[in-house]
Design a protein around this ligand. Sequence first.
Ligand SMILES: [Zn+2]
Length: 642
Amino acid sequence: MPPRNRYHRKNRSWPHFLLGALTVGLGGSLLFYFLAPAAATRLLPEALRSRIPAPDRSGSFLPEQLRARLGLPAPQPGAPSAPEDEPEAAPARPLPPAALLDGDERVSVIMYHDITNQPSVYFDVTTAVFRTQLLALQQAGANVISLDDLYEHLRGGKILPPRSVVLTFDDTYLGQLTNAYPLLKEFGYPATFFVHTAVIGKKTGKDHMTWEQLRKLEREGLVRIEGHTETHPDDLRNCTDAQLQRELVDSKKLLEEKLEKQIRFLAYPVGNADGRVAQVAREAGYVMAFTMGPGLAASPADAYFVPRLLPHRMAPVLQMWQQGSPVPTTTSNVVGVKTAPLEVGSVEDGQVHMRYVRGGRLSTLRLLGRRSVPAMLAMAGASAGLNGTFFSDARVNSAGNGIVGPVLSRFGPGFAPGLPGDRQKIAGRPLVVISATEMAFLPFQPNLALDESGVERLLPGATDAFVGGAWLIHRGQPLTHEQMEAFGLTNIFDFRPRAFFGIDREGRPFLGASSTGNESDRLAETLVQLDLEECVLLDSGFSTSLSIGKTPLVSGIRRKDMDVRPVPHVLVLHAVDEATGKEIILAPPRSTNLVGPPYRPTLETLQAALQRDLPSALAADGAGGGKRGRRGRARGVRRARR
Ligand SMILES: [Zn+2]
């Protein structure tokens, strides 16, 4: 079936309007420049269009003196828009190769070992107990499916019956053939036997199946044989590269030769693996690999860390079925990023007053401490920025700068997995993964993004990842009050300034903040008019802080000594040179807190970009504006709100 995820690519020649203010850190001088594309609003139905003010190209929210100095035009109602091209048909979007994104059933993968009449270890199951477990599944209305069905479901959205279960058996025991197989046939339940090749046909205290028996199973078709290494090392993470080659690659080749079939799935012995092991498995050609969980195989999943359940853990699953399983409100969406100039806009829609910046290249910056958004923009050499995601509350933990959930930042001290205790609590919230060309929005699962390579497997080329608070808009639709409640976020319906970000249907990254106190569902109704495909709530209230350069556009805090609240995580936009597609990084990062960005332009590159891109009148303007006090600017912003 075709992937569900689609995005639009349109070729338009955007007219540019000199727009707003942009503060540049070079030598403390202020330089201003904005290019605004035509309003996205013209893509909307006429009925909606009339409700939306055009993006603010006048910079009217900027301090008046700055605007005057820049010679920005007064707001022009009905500014001319670009001639419209016929939109091209949206091409089908391939899924990232290693992420399992599309299914929405939560499937129990049960992990058996020996089925024996003489159990010797706790994970052995007697034949009699095995029969009662199959009966319990049957009576509960379980649908036992093959591993292939699970893979096709998670990978390509194949429809599964409700209450799907997968049966797997590890370690090549003869009892699986003599005791379990007759019962599997009796119930008509498919299964997968994960075998390790060193014991095939051997007796090592317990009997193991022979090559001939495995071939016979494959021929009969109810049971499929898949990989479980050669020698069953207790912990693949401790293996050398050469050992991994033998355990994962050579054993797979041997199975494929002897059984004359392709081996596609792998169970890690004792469930032990890390990013390096998973990478070898992926390169060897396994398309999905299993740990020992616990957990359900749910989408989205890291294809190389799919959890399984010990048989006794099925009891709560059966109980959940009786009560009716929760309906997921969101699925995964991967949206292509389009190169577009930065645009500033504002919306005044009854109770909602918001400002936004969209376009450019989105990435994030994380600090171990906290700084204001304008200060962090200067560090990243970015043009615009917004406070980032949730962090540990300082009222609870005085060292509370840790981000809630896993976080990877292009600018900052590398990957952090977040507190283990948070992972279950934030399940279902939007996990955002960002690369230069795509943004993925996935309902977070506790076994996702365990390390940096886990982020890379979800979206190749990923530079940034974090977990937002809640979806406001998903697949172009605003979430309802009820759906938002499911994210378990306190304050979500309080009246408070809100910070949010997303991507529009054109593929332009979007940063926004409301200066008014708004309930999230009311906000989503307004935001959907801005043609957003996905939009996610960030830390809000006092933390709300949207800035262009050093100029705060919206701040959730108004104190005499502080006009924006320092935060540890910021979303930043770099302007993009439309001709070359290259980012315009305004100043090299200076802080020792920063680990360098992958793209670190030389000073010459920066100066060339600035010379080329900044109108000469502004470039010659000098440093005067940069020395303004913060309070002066804050007053200017407030004045502009009238
Ligand atoms: Zn095993």
